[in-house]
Ligand binder design. Structure first.
Ligand SMILES: Cc1cc2nc3c(=O)[nH]c(=O)nc-3n(C[C@H](O)[C@H](O)[C@H](O)COP(=O)(O)O)c2cc1C
Length: 353
């Protein structure tokens, strides 16, 4: 109830400064005696009929935190108190890098959207691995990996392999990010030969048997998506995350609409849902899919599950709705299922694929 006030104050700040202040507040809350218990109770999600195993991991309900919010693994304990079922840390690069010059994160308040061109600001795999070693154990914490900007695309595999071998032992799953629009050339890794080589190398190195997910872009053609899915499944991937941000600019009203970068939130919803639907058709339940992009209401979660997602993630709705968003969506989903006489989430997943 107090978030509208806090949001008003935060929205007077530059978007990245607001993010840093929020992160600092959360870290302070975790350290304040008694506060963890208060937050845990305040943001307790619905779990009855919503829990399931995905790629061998226990998800208490389907709503998780998308990559990008906790890039350096210093918020996992705080975010776990806000009722998310899983947290994806990253993207993390092998070597630390600053990312793009600021400003690089923009609110599009009239569109319930964000544009970012962060460019993989990362404290690097060494620091993040150390932090992940003390991650919360009550929920899956995934690690999303990428390449350094100054690594040539031909050497990208070495970067992913380095990040993978360093970070996989300290995470519950690994997400391979080939879909950020803010690292030049990265999306070329959707191309079949490069993707096959990359995934096969990671799977071969996976002595920890961590589930490996591939995070894809919503801007690929149907033919490209077909090839990506076929290649990923052949390589032995555990699942697909659909989708990252888009370079499209569909009918935006906000002043920041023409900023360069990836668009997230409400205007991404349709494209992300359509990509998920197509991926679900192609995978035909052989691997789980995590749906991401423009999810802001319980109805969106319900629609993604029906379209074939086993779980979902969000980022932008957290900025606009505040810390109760995961709990709110889980209770809303639970109510929708009760309305329809659905007792368990497994009855919903993929019914419309
Ligand atoms: C500021 C910002 C930074 C992001 N950074 C990453 C990232 O480092 N790696 C990644 O895979 N996705 C990143 N994303 C994309 C999100 O994980 C997600 O795929 C996208 O925002 C769509 O979900 P949403 O509409 O709920 O925000 C970022 C998104 C935002 C808004």
């Amino acid at each position: 109830m107090i978030y509208p006030l806090l949001r008003h104050a935060l929205f007077t700040l530059d978007a990245e400064v607001a993010h840093e202040r929020t992160a600092a507040l959360l870290k302070l809350a975790v350290k304040t005696p008694g506060m963890a218990a208060v937050l845990k109770r305040l943001f307790a999600p619905a779990t009855r009929g919503l829990s399931q195993q995905i790629a061998g991991m226990h998800f208490a309900h389907p709503i998780g935190l998308a990559a990008g919010f906790d890039k350096h693994a210093d918020l996992t304990h705080g975010m776990a108190l806000l009722g998310f079922s899983h947290i994806e840390v990253g993207t993390v690069t092998p070597r630390p890098q600053a990312g793009n010059p600021k400003p690089r994160l923009f609110r599009l308040a009239q569109d319930d959207a964000l544009i970012n061109r962060m460019g993989f600001n990362s404290e690097g795999m060494q620091v993040v691995a150390e932090r992940l070693a003390t991650r919360p154990r009550a929920l899956p914490v995934g690690i999303n990996i990428g390449k350094n900007r100054d690594t040539a695309l031909e050497q990208a595999g070495d970067d992913y392999l380095a990040a993978f071998t360093h970070l996989a032992p300290h995470a519950d799953y690994v997400a391979v990010n080939i879909s950020s629009p803010n690292t030049p050339g990265l999306r070329q890794l959707h191309e079949t030969a490069a993707l096959r080589e990359l995934l096969e190398a990671l799977i071969k190195a996976n002595q920890w048997h961590r589930p490996i997910f591939l995070k894809i872009s919503p801007d690929e053609t149907p033919t490209q998506i077909e090839q990506v899915v076929a290649t990923a499944i052949e390589a032995g991937i555990s699942g697909i995350i659909a989708t990252n941000t888009t370079l499209a600019r569909p009918n935006l009203r906000s002043a920041n609409a023409n900023e360069t970068g990836g668009l997230s939130g409400e205007p991404l919803k349709q494209a992300a849902l359509e990509t998920l639907r197509f991926v679900a058709q192609l995978t035909a339940k052989r691997v789980p899919i995590i749906g991401v992009g423009g999810i802001s209401r319980a109805e969106d979660v319900y629609a993604r599950l029906k379209a074939g997602a086993s779980a979902v993630q969000l980022y932008t709705a957290l900025v606009y709705q505040g810390p109760a968003v995961a709990a709110r969506l889980s209770w809303g989903l639970s109510a929708l299922m009760r309305r329809d006489g659905v007792r368990d989430i497994s009855e919903v997943i993929g019914v419309e694929c």
